[in-house]
Design a protein around this ligand. Structure first.
Ligand code: SF4
Length: 370
């Protein structure tokens, strides 16, 4: 997409917020649900019962909440749908270890959720926007621009759908990463509300430390997150250690350059004592040289952090970008590691099912996926 940096990212989001999703059950905190239940003339304990059934038993309708009076089930079905998200399609890759779920929203948009099974954990990658305004040059989602923010309920619904699907394989969801379509810090309130709803001890009881929020570098929100009582984890999509390179990969860098970003990260670690993950998409002959690896090591020196080197997924975003050779990938990671920064190489899941960010949605909307 063409990135118009004369408009601030926040401004672009504000103008897109008009197209709001209607409120659903999954949008409500337990307090809000209790208020709604009182309006229906019911006692507050009913709200806790509903939360249990929705988030612990993971039922898909009020009709299955057999502890509730029939009249209340009917009232709720009428006045407060669980969600408007409709499953459209599911694709499988990595021998069944990755499932990509495509949903349609109430207003005819599409969004993606990826469920990944590992031997020791089950992770869901959640989308927070339809499209994205940041426009990273390697990203399929960024190409289509931003359509609108998702509501907290639309994000919670993705997690619940993934948890249900995991349960069908007798597995339990253990981690949530906000690394699907969109920039979570351009939809901060809804993203954090989602985390609070899922963290509720009467509901899913999802530990905050098992929720990772990823940003391309909106500095003011890094400071804001550091003060948030909910201790979610922070990941930074860095992709380059200097402004010259990062300006070309993550246009938002022109607004918040590398130095400001890393200073905010240092403040975050100082305030919270929590480790930051840096995501680094490795692109052949763009950001994969030995010198760049050494610069990355020096930039992050002294920070409590971890670097995930992610070899580029083939996407339609920028045809000239290629994945580096295996030898180069390993050498890059080794140089960063030798500079004292814990480093892993992480291969994106589901390359064969268009699991690169935003690709399935793009193919669906272009009619290439039935
Ligand atoms: S990589 Fe993330 S922040 Fe960048 S354009 Fe894609 S979705 Fe947006």
């Amino acid at each position: 997409m063409a990135s118009d940096l004369s408009i601030t990212p926040e401004h672009r989001v504000t103008s897109s917020i008009r197209n709001r999703a209607p409120s659903t059950f999954y949008d409500l905190t337990l307090d809000e649900l209790t208020g709604k239940i009182s309006e229906l003339g019911q006692k507050p304990y009913r709200a806790r019962q509903i939360y249990h059934w929705a988030y612990q038993h993971l039922v898909g309708s009020y009709g299955e909440m057999s502890v509730l009076p029939k009249s209340l089930r009917a009232d709720l079905s009428e006045s407060l749908p669980l969600t408007y998200l409709e499953p459209v399609r599911e694709l499988e890759a990595d021998g069944g270890d990755t499932l990509k779920l495509l949903f349609r929203t109430h207003d005819g948009n599409h969004l993606e959720t990826v469920l990944m099974f590992y031997p020791d954990r089950v992770t869901v990658c959640v989308s927070c926007q339809i499209g994205c305004a940041v426009g990273c040059s390697f990203c399929a989602t960024g190409m289509s621009g931003l359509t609108r923010n998702l509501s907290a309920g639309e994000m919670v619904a993705q997690v619940v759908a993934a948890a249900r699907r995991a349960r069908e394989f007798e597995r339990q969801l253990t981690n949530i990463v906000m690394m699907g379509m969109g920039e979570p810090f351009q939809n901060y309130e809804a993203t954090m509300k989602m985390a609070r709803i899922l963290n509720d001890p009467e509901g899913m009881k999802f530990g905050a430390r098992r929720i990772t929020v990823s940003t391309s570098g909106l500095v003011p929100f890094i400071d804001r997150l550091a003060k948030d009582p909910l201790q979610v984890k922070l990941a930074i999509s860095l992709h380059a250690p200097n402004d010259e390179l990062r300006d070309t990969l993550v246009p938002l860098n022109r607004r918040w350059p590398v130095e400001d970003l890393i200073l905010a990260c240092r403040r975050y670690v100082e305030t919270t004592g929590r480790r930051i993950s840096f995501e680094y998409c490795l692109i052949k002959d763009v950001n994969d040289s030995d010198d760049v690896a050494r610069d990355l090591g020096s930039l992050l020196s002294g920070l409590i952090c971890h670097v995930n080197v992610i070899p580029l997924n083939p996407t339609s975003a920028e045809p000239s970008y290629e994945r580096p050779s295996e030898e180069r990938i390993q050498r890059f990671a080794r140089i960063v590691e030798e500079s004292g920064i814990p480093t892993s190489v992480r291969y994106s899941r589901g390359v064969d099912i268009a699991a690169a960010c935003g690709q399935l949605r793009a193919e669906h909307e272009e009619g290439r996926v039935a």
